[in-house]
Write a protein that binds this ligand. Structure first.
Ligand code: NAI
Length: 233
């Protein structure tokens, strides 16, 4: 049976992706910084919990060693953990955003690459953002960190082929705790910029993640798939 590590899968898009992969019969290793929540989700999915901070490279290495000792394989890595800390240029405190959103992705890809390459067709799906392509006012750090995810996705796809496929999804505006923490006026403003006229659901992004992670996308690598309801056309 396939094994997937989904970072940040205690809520939002990551939780939906974990549920969707479990529906496909994949054993999901649930991650997040909240250990109790990770254990509860793992119990719901009949999977396993490995809470760690993706920004801590040593913790990531230790967690992947633990994953190997428990499961002996890894087929899918979904890099979903991310944070949003909007601020205008003069006010930005960028370190944590880059540590989690960009280096977090690098840390897990580095720790998991060999293990993914041992199986018969490993896959990495990185969760970028449409903002990493278009940029946005108040999101210089966030956009920079997500543009880094896109660059890393394409580079890793070249480096890890043919053993491991590496793709990204670029969600637009999705209704999660992350976006509900925004000022309601900004929430409505962003929804108004979506061609399909509404925010997306975590399940709609999860569907794209599950497809890219599966053998159904076996000839797709190095791609960035927008899941944005036409926010960017
Ligand atoms: P969320 O805030 O609801 O969930 C984030 C998850 O990441 C949580 O499970 C949290 O525990 C985990 N997490 C945060 N920092 C972590 C760390 N250092 N180590 C391990 N886990 C950590 O966020 P949401 O909305 O579900 O977003 C998920 C991903 O999708 C993020 O990468 C986000 O940037 C991206 N995204 C979200 C969009 C949206 O509109 N909600 C749009 C575009 C991209």
């Amino acid at each position: 049976m396939s094994v997937a590590l989904v970072t940040g899968s205690t809520r939002g898009i990551g939780l939906a992706a974990a549920r969707r992969l479990a529906e496909d019969g994949v054993t999901v290793v649930v991650n997040g910084t909240d250990a109790e929540r990770a254990a509860a989700v793992a119990a719901e999915l009949g999977g396993d919990a490995l809470p760690f901070d993706v920004a801590d490279a040593d913790a990531v290495q230790a967690a992947v060693r633990e994953l190997f000792s428990r499961h002996k394989r890894l087929d899918v890595l979904v890099n979903n953990a991310g944070i949003l800390d909007d601020a205008l240029l003069g006010m930005i405190q960028p370190q944590r955003t880059f540590d989690v959103n960009a280096l977090g992705v690098l840390n897990t890809m580095q720790a998991c690459a060999r293990l993914l390459a041992r199986g018969d067709g490993g896959a990495i799906v990185n969760v970028a953002s449409i903002i990493g392509i278009t940029g946005n006012r108040g999101q210089v750090a966030y956009a920079g960190s997500k543009a880094a995810v896109i660059g890393m996705t394409r580079s890793a796809a070249k480096e890890l082929a043919p053993k491991v496929r590496v793709n990204a999804v670029a969600p637009g505006f999705i209704d999660t705790d992350m976006t509900r923490a925004l000022d309601p006026e900004i929430f409505e403003e962003r929804v108004a910029s979506v061609a399909l006229g509404r925010a997306g659901t975590p399940e709609e992004v999860a569907e794209a993640i599950a497809w890219l992670a599966s053998d159904r996308a076996r000839y797709v690598t190095g791609q960035v798939l927008g899941v944005d309801g036409g926010m960017v056309i």
